[in-house]
Design a protein around this ligand. Structure first.
Ligand SMILES: Cc1cc2nc3c(=O)[nH]c(=O)nc-3n(C[C@H](O)[C@H](O)[C@H](O)COP(=O)(O)OP(=O)(O)OC[C@H]3O[C@@H](n4cnc5c(N)ncnc54)[C@H](O)[C@@H]3O)c2cc1C
Length: 426
């Protein structure tokens, strides 16, 4: 079959736009199909410095730099009732070139990337949803639906970057990996009037750790700050109140958050997202690859989502080009290799995430002095360098070993997740 397009990309989020840009660089006839009208709201505003190089490679970086986003040089970690403060400053990363990135308003960021793909020659159809895909020999027949009705196109390759909505996979009932964590949810809004630290810390992501959850505070422009609470579904059910009230009570219950949120007010309705942790078992078929959230997502704590979408887009586009050199579909080994590569990369973040949610391990992370020069290695990983070179590998594993030892040896002081107990009367 002579296909209409070389590549059809489902979804115009960062993963889809980036994949489309790479495909255009290889001169593929590329169609991006996006079901929403842009700009549209998306959560996920904190970037990682490792995304910069990918955005440079596709030529979008100057547009991001010119957009007026808030520079991000690191992150600050606090504990709900304690005085502890831990700064991760990207300048101190072991791997050079990861000094900064941006906090972005996603509606604007995603629109810039999609426009960029368009400027490279990708055809973009907005408010058009993919409804069905059928494999036909060396191409796929794809059914589209827009405001005018349904139509069909054919493409030699399909990149499913449809995010959590996960069009293709849901359609094909593809299996998920076994869950690796408890079920969590996020309650969030944009606020004005949230206090910011002075100087270069003003653009830091602030994380406030509660006993069984945490808050993010991400400045997204001069006025607006994204603030979200992550908690467990079980805690929310136990509380038996509306999510916005749960959020308010959590702020009230924490001296650190009360201080940071004093005088602030929400600028939009609270939004809720639950059960966002999943990973598809297989991420590639002969002529279809899953990119970004369509493949899987673990947790927002280390802001890895957008980076993983860009990185998987880069990998998927490269794989298509290699297969095309000899005019074939993906081999079984390539499909397995793609799945493994993405899961290995995401697995580094998963281990970091598991450390964060463990109160004992997190006490080690919060130490001012982490021994043996481990912190620069950890800083690189927090900056998104999930490719573990030997220098990063041994530091990361030694750090995680110390976290495990902390359970028995109490190497780091415990953290103040609760108010101090009242002094006993004598
Ligand atoms: C609470 C929370 C906080 C987060 N915070 C961060 C953060 O600070 N930093 C970070 O990097 N990540 C964060 N993330 C993750 C981040 O939001 C995602 O990883 C990122 O948006 C994934 O990009 P994507 O391009 O894969 O998918 P998306 O951004 O979801 O884009 C997918 C696109 O596909 C379109 N689409 C869906 N189905 C169809 C269809 N059938 N036809 C056509 N189009 C379709 C959708 O409309 C959408 O525009 C967070 C996630 C959560 C849940």
């Amino acid at each position: 079959m002579d296909a209409d397009y070389d590549v059809l990309v489902i979804g115009g989020g960062p993963g889809g736009s980036c994949a489309a840009a790479y495909c255009r660089q290889k001169n593929y006839r590329t169609l991006v199909v996006e079901k929403c009208a842009f700009p549209r709201f998306r959560i996920g505003e904190s970037m990682l410095p490792t995304s910069n190089a990918i955005l440079r490679e596709i030529g979008a970086w100057p547009k991001i730099e010119a957009a007026g986003f808030i520079p991000k040089y690191g992150a600050l970690f606090y504990v709900s009732h304690g005085e502890e403060e831990k700064e991760v400053d990207f300048r101190h990363s072991l791997i050079p070139g990861l000094e900064s990135t941006y906090q972005v308003e996603r509606a604007k960021f995603d629109a810039i990337l999609l426009d960029h793909a368009r400027s490279l020659g990708a055809e973009v159809r907005m408010q058009t949803a993919v409804r069905a895909i059928e494999s036909k020999g060396n191409a796929s027949r794809v059914e589209l639906e827009d405001t005018a009705g349904t139509s069909t196109v054919t493409a030699r390759w399909v990149l499913d970057a449809s995010g959590r909505d996960n069009f293709f996979v849901t359609d094909q009932k593809r299996a998920l990996d076994a869950p690796t964590s408890v079920r969590r949810m996020a309650v969030y809004s944009h606020f004005h009037g949230v206090a910011r630290p002075p100087g270069r810390r003003a653009g830091h992501t602030i994380v406030v750790r509660l006993e069984d959850g945490w808050f993010w505070i991400i400045p997204i422009d001069e006025q607006r700050t994204s603030v979200g609470l992550v908690t467990t579904l079980a805690a929310m059910r136990r509380a038996n109140v509306e999510p916005a009230e749960f959020f308010r009570q959590a702020v009230e219950g924490s001296p650190r958050l009360r201080e940071l949120m004093q005088g602030s007010a929400p600028m939009m309705e609270f939004r809720v997202m639950s059960d966002y942790t999943y990973f598809r078992r297989e991420l590639a078929r002969e002529r279809v690859l899953l990119v970004g959230d369509a493949a899987g997502f673990f947790d927002p704590i280390f802001s890895s989502g957008v980076y993983m979408s860009l990185w998987s887009a880069q990998l998927a586009a490269g794989l298509i080009a290699r297969a095309d050199e000899t005019g074939r579909a993906l081999t079984a080994a390539e499909r397995r290799g793609y799945t493994r590569a993405i899961k290995r990369h995401a697995g580094v973040f998963r281990r970091l995430i598991a450390m964060f949610y463990n109160n004992t391990s997190f006490a080690v992370f919060m130490c001012q002095e982490v021994p043996w020069d481990l912190m620069p290695g950890l800083t690189s990983i927090v900056a998104g360098h999930a490719k573990l070179t030997w220098a990063l590998w041994w530091r990361f594993n030694l750090f995680l070993l110390i976290c495990r030892l902390q359970h028995w040896l109490r190497l780091a002081p415990p953290l103040a997740f609760r108010p101090p107990l009242p002094a006993k009367a004598v």
